[in-house]
Design a binder for this molecule. Structure first.
Ligand code: SF4
Length: 371
C-alpha cells in the first residue's frame, strides 16, 4: 500500500466541470473543449504521478497551492493525480520517502514540479536532502520526467537566492541567461510559472492542458505560457489613468492620494508581464497593486536582484538606442510635460528592452570585492 497517498473527498462531476471550465477560460481556449477536458481529468485518476521537489525556497509556492480554494486544486491533484513525493505535504519521511522517490523515478513518465532555486556553487553543497545535493536530485528526476514544471521565481530564474553567494539558478535559467547545466536540448517540455509565490490557477491550467492534449500551451522566450505572461502590468493597470494624469502617491498618509499611481513608490509594473491584474490573488480577492503595494516584477527573470530595493524607484534605466538614463534628470528637463505624466510615459514606453536596473551595479560591486 502506498502510505504516502493523501486522501481528500472525491471530486464530484460538478467539481470536474468547474475545474475544466476554469482551465479552459484561464488558457483562453474555446468553451467547446470543456467536455474533452472533463474526460481527460476523469480518465487520469491515479495518473500521472507527480514529484514535487523543493530546493532553496521558503515553501511559499506549495503553501500557496495548498491554501487554494478556487479552483479546488488540492482536491484535483490529490484525487486525480498521484502525488508521490512532496516534502511539505507528504505524510512519510526519511528512508521510506526517499524509497518512494526512487521507485517513481525508476517508473518514469511522471510530471516533475520543481520549487526553489538550485545552488550550483561548491558542487551544490548548499542544499542537500537525504545526503544528496539538490542539484543532483533535480538532474535524476528530470531525466525520466514526461514534463517539467518550474513553479515560482526561484525554480524558474533563481529568484531571491540568486542574489546570494550560492550561485543559485533556475532549472533552465540564471536570470535571463540559459545556463545549460542540465544539457537541456528541448526534448521534453519545460514550463516556467514564475511569480513569488506561484499562482495556483496557472499550475492547474497547465496540468489540465497537458492531461487533455498531451502538450503544453504556447510559451514565450522564457518558457512562460503566453496565456498568463503575455500581458503588461502597466498597460492594464487600474491606476493607469492616474499615471497619465501625473498623479503619483508620494505620501501614504494622504487620503487624497488613495488609488494614485505607485510609480514613485517603486512600482516596476512597466517592466512586468503577467495577468495578475485580471487573475487576482487570495482566491480572487485582490492583488499587490489593489492592496497599495507596488508591483515588484516577480514574474520577470531579473527578479529579485535587479529590482531591489523593491519599494524604491530606480532612476537608472537602460533605454534601447538611447543608453542609460537618469529619469530624475529626464523629469527635470521635460518639466511641465512630465508633470502631466506624458513625458514620463513616453520614456517608460520606450523601455522595451530587458530591465537592467541594479544588476550591472551589483555585478560590478561583486567584481570589485573579488579583485
Ligand atoms: Fe500601475 Fe505601476 Fe504603472 Fe502606476 S507605474 S500605472 S501603479 S503599473
Amino acid at each position: 500500500m502506498d502510505i504516502f497517498e493523501l486522501r481528500t473527498p472525491q471530486l464530484t462531476r460538478r467539481d470536474f466541470l468547474k475545474v475544466a471550465g476554469a482551465a479552459v477560460a484561464l488558457l483562453g481556449l474555446s468553451q467547446a473543449l470543456t467536455p474533452k477536458m472533463v474526460k481527460a481529468i476523469e480518465a487520469s485518476a491515479g495518473k500521472p504521478a507527480v514529484i514535487w521537489l523543493e530546493g532553496q525556497d521558503c515553501a511559499g509556492c506549495v503553501e500557496s497551492f495548498l491554501n487554494s480554494l478556487e479552483p479546488p486544486a488540492t482536491s484535483l491533484l490529490l484525487d486525480s493525480i498521484s502525488l508521490r513525493y512532496c516534502e511539505t505535504a507528504m505524510a512519510g519521511s526519511g528512508y521510506q520517502a526517499e524509497e518512494i522517490l526512487a521507485q517513481t523515478v525508476a517508473e518514469g513518465g511522471y510530471i516533475l514540479v520543481i520549487e526553489g532555486a538550485i545552488p550550483l556553487a561548491e558542487d551544490g553543497r548548499y542544499c542537500t536532502i537525504g545526503g544528496r545535493t539538490f542539484k543532483d536530485i533535480v538532474g535524476e528526476c528530470a531525466a525520466n520526467a514526461a514534463a517539467i514544471i518550474c513553479v515560482g521565481s526561484c525554480a524558474t530564474f533563481g529568484g531571491i537566492p540568486r542574489s546570494g553567494p550560492t550561485d543559485a539558478v533556475g532549472y533552465l535559467y540564471r536570470g535571463t541567461q540559459l545556463h545549460h547545466h542540465y544539457d537541456y536540448l528541448g526534448e521534453k517540455p519545460v514550463i516556467n510559472l514564475p511569480t513569488c509565490p506561484l499562482h495556483v490557477e496557472r499550475l492547474v491550467a497547465v496540468i489540465v492542458h497537458y492531461l487533455t492534449f498531451g502538450t503544453v500551451p504556447d510559451l514565450d522566450q522564457f518558457h512562460r505560457p503566453t496565456a498568463f505572461y503575455g500581458y503588461n502590468q502597466h498597460e492594464n493597470c487600474p491606476r493607469r489613468a492616474h499615471f497619465e494624469a501625473g498623479k503619483y502617491v508620494t505620501d501614504w498618509g494622504d487620503p487624497e492620494q488613495q488609488g494614485w499611481c505607485l510609480y514613485l513608490k517603486g512600482c516596476k509594473g512597466p517592466w512586468a508581464n503577467q495577468d495578475c491584474w485580471k487573475r487576482l490573488w487570495n482566491n480572487r480577492t485582490n492583488y499587490c497593486i489593489d492592496a497599495n503595494i507596488p508591483c515588484v516584477a516577480c514574474s520577470e527573470p531579473e527578479f529579485y536582484e535587479s529590482v531591489s530595493p523593491l519599494y524604491v524607484r530606480q532612476f537608472d534605466t537602460e533605454l534601447p538606442g538611447i543608453g542609460r538614463v537618469d529619469i530624475d534628470k529626464v523629469m527635470a528637463t521635460i518639466g511641465g510635460v512630465v508633470a502631466a505624466g506624458v513625458g514620463l510615459d513616453m520614456v517608460i514606453s520606450k523601455a522595451t528592452g530587458r530591465w537592467k536596473g541594479n544588476e550591472d551595479k551589483k555585478t560590478k560591486q561583486k567584481a570589485g570585492k573579488e579583485s
